[in-house]
Design a protein. Sequence first.
Length: 435
Amino acid sequence: MIPRYSRPEMVAIWSPETKFKIWYEIEAHACDAQAELGVIPKESAEAVWKAKDVEFDIARIDEIEAVTKHDVIAFLTHLAEHIGSEEARFVHQGMTSSDVLDTTLNIQLVRAADILLADMDKLLAALKKRAYEHKDTVCIGRSHGIHAEPVTFGLKMAGAYAEMERNKNRLEKARWEVATGAISGAVGTFANIDPKVEEHVCAKLGLRPEPISTQVIPRDRHAMFFATLGVIASSIERIAVEIRHLQRTEVLEAEEYFSPGQKGSSAMPHKRNPVLTENLTGLARLVRMAVVPAMENVALWHERDISHSSVERGIAPDATITLDFALNRLTGVIDKLLVYPENMLTNMNKFRGLIHSQRVLLALTQKGVSREAAYAMVQRNAMKVWEKGADFMAELKADPEVRAALSEAEIEEKFDLGYHTKHVDTIFRRVFGEG
């Protein structure tokens, strides 16, 4: 991923330096286990740890790989240059390259998930704060983009909070799903290495032994992980699109913070564009790009092929780095979001009471009018508002059939905004579990 959409902590997980450090730790811990089992001399296992503080030379490893055409062999050759060929002959005993590569990938994904989970905690805190701040800020709810009935802006934020909390639960499960390691040798039979080595390495590195591997860790685990990232990205986009719609000039109920000195357009000095949330929509597409390739990686030939390898070298860093950036960007947008309650009320009253049509419909049915007749009465008066700019309450009061069922006071009572917000506290308790 390009630096523009990257944060250093997540980028570091996918650096060559980090990767080779993990490779080294896997090999060193495996040697310890082999020594305990009497497979290799203890002195040789101890000698491997001489490279503990070594900064591996990336250029040297690349130079060796240019000849060997094999990255793990290139690394092992470079490691031997540090610890000596005599001791290095016991490194990688009974192991295959996938033992190192797959275990390393899962360690990196677990570390990435931990950063993403921390990101989500910050986003959840921001959403909760804004939800309570605007719990009673009434605004119009829309279906199909058209005015429906009143909600509150706090409910919008609470809905986003609940969605992201579900996503956090999904990511926790996906993290658990991918937190396995395999040191099982060629085709996964442990023929040349004791399963105790795998148990030891996994315990040292915070993983669970893969119950049954082939020559690779099963890729359904990774498919689940990347699918979860895709769902989180889609939720980010949903919130971003909501903000983009609310920022439209003719709506302007909420707006991204526009900082001093910021410019919205090279041509039009008046512009204040929703550039951050538009960016989030684009970033969500990039994260979701990883999902289908991760699914396609599940079907490998027999016990192993490497068709998944090139895919994962791309999607693993790109998806996690992009999602990390997007979560932090969205948190900043929510923290600084400008909210305009006055515009919300103005927009809600734009069609002069139409939003109360359902209450009038239900009141008529309660008075003995059939639903079909009640619907026709309410709709014909509603159309006058749409087509002639009439006042809905006034039209209802002037309709003889409506007045035959409802008094003026009963009609007026149906236009009370408080009716629509009476269960907000109940919903908040369900979402936040407080009070």
